[in-house]
Design a protein around this ligand. Structure first.
Ligand SMILES: NC(=O)c1ccc[n+]([C@@H]2O[C@H](COP(=O)([O-])OP(=O)(O)OC[C@H]3O[C@@H](n4cnc5c(N)ncnc54)[C@H](O)[C@@H]3O)[C@@H](O)[C@H]2O)c1
Length: 284
């Protein structure tokens, strides 16, 4: 399958990053969101990222302009008729994702791969909203998508071998390192390991064992991670971790994954991390 036009649904942190990555890698991109203001926000994030690349000498002004010209934005999903592959990056809500996939199934050609960037949710269930479950898979990028090297290619129950091979090849064309997740399990590989670490870090904070700053310092210096758990949750969005925990708890029927009270309170108070100016830390 030859891919020239990449469709991305959702222009938030991940969707805009994936659209930017695909355009940097030379693909034509159609980026969709429900309202123009979300597309404007996405484009401004893309602009900011590339301004930094220009300032660091990684890209020229001219190359930046060419990348931007390859990104078309739209609020009309029908424009995905021309897409050769679609990556969905809307909010982490199964019903919203299923409704997007049902629409994409009607709009795009039968052979088009419909991939989801879900952090945790069942690929099999998302695929069940379509008539082509063999062409549906997870393509899980990490934040920021332009920089982080890993992509988890996740099989749903009916995902074909051909789809997995094509997605791995596509990931390589985006200059990523794909790993195959052979079974559709909540959280895949990375979040299955990382989420329990977040939970333990929050419990240490709740128990008064150490401050958030010291827990972050302990993890960065003791485990040699580039970011501590609180810095990372604020960066990725406190709400994302919360939804992933709820989902994993319910799917595994295991309270080990239940979000701690402090996390629930932050979400209820709208402290969702850097994107809202405050999370575990204050940013103003
Ligand atoms: N943030 C991360 O670090 C991270 C990392 C990997 C994967 N993910 C996953 O990527 C997905 C997106 O996460 P995000 O952090 O970019 O969220 P976000 O809240 O920043 O962006 C979501 C975007 O989807 C749009 N949207 C909502 N419903 C839509 C619809 N029906 N059609 C089109 N657009 C719609 C919203 O307007 C918003 O712009 C989630 O599934 C999340 O779990 C997130």
């Amino acid at each position: 399958m030859t891919i020239s036009k990449v469709g991305v649904v959702g222009a938030g942190s991940m969707g805009s990053g994936i659209a930017n990555l695909a355009a940097i890698s030379g693909f034509q991109v159609i980026l969709h969101d429900v309202e123009q203001k979300f597309l404007d926000n996405g484009l401004s994030r893309i602009n900011k990222f590339m301004e930094k690349s220009v300032a660091k000498g990684k890209m020229t002004e001219e190359q930046k302009k060419e990348v931007l010209e390859r990104i078309q934005v739209t609020t009309n999903l029908e424009d995905f008729k021309q897409a050769d592959i679609v990556i969905e990056a809307v909010i982490e809500d199964l019903e919203v994702k299923k409704s997007v996939f049902a629409k994409l199934d009607q709009i795009t050609s039968d052979h088009v791969i419909l991939a989801t960037n879900t952090s945790s949710m069942s690929i099999t269930e998302i695929a069940s909203a379509t008539n082509r479950p063999e062409r549906v898979a997870g393509m899980h990028f990490f934040n920021p998508a332009q920089i982080m090297k890993l992509v988890e290619v996740v099989r749903g129950y009916k995902t074909s071998d051909e789809t997995v091979v094509e997605l791995k090849e596509f990931a390589k064309k985006l200059n990523k390192e794909p790993v195959e997740v052979k079974k559709d399990t909540p959280g895949f590989i990375v979040n299955r390991i990382m989420i329990p670490q977040f939970i333990e870090a929050i419990k240490l904070l709740e128990e008064g064992v150490a401050t958030a700053e010291d827990i972050d310092k302990a993890v960065t210096l003791g485990l040699n991670y580039p970011m501590g758990p609180f810095t990372l949750q604020d960066f990725a969005g406190v709400d994302i971790g919360y939804y992933v925990m709820e989902y994993m708890k319910n799917e595994f029927n295991d309270n080990r994954f239940a979000p701690p009270m402090l996390l629930k309170q932050l979400v209820r108070a709208g402290r969702l991390g850097r994107k809202t100016g405050a999370g575990f830390y204050d940013y103003d």
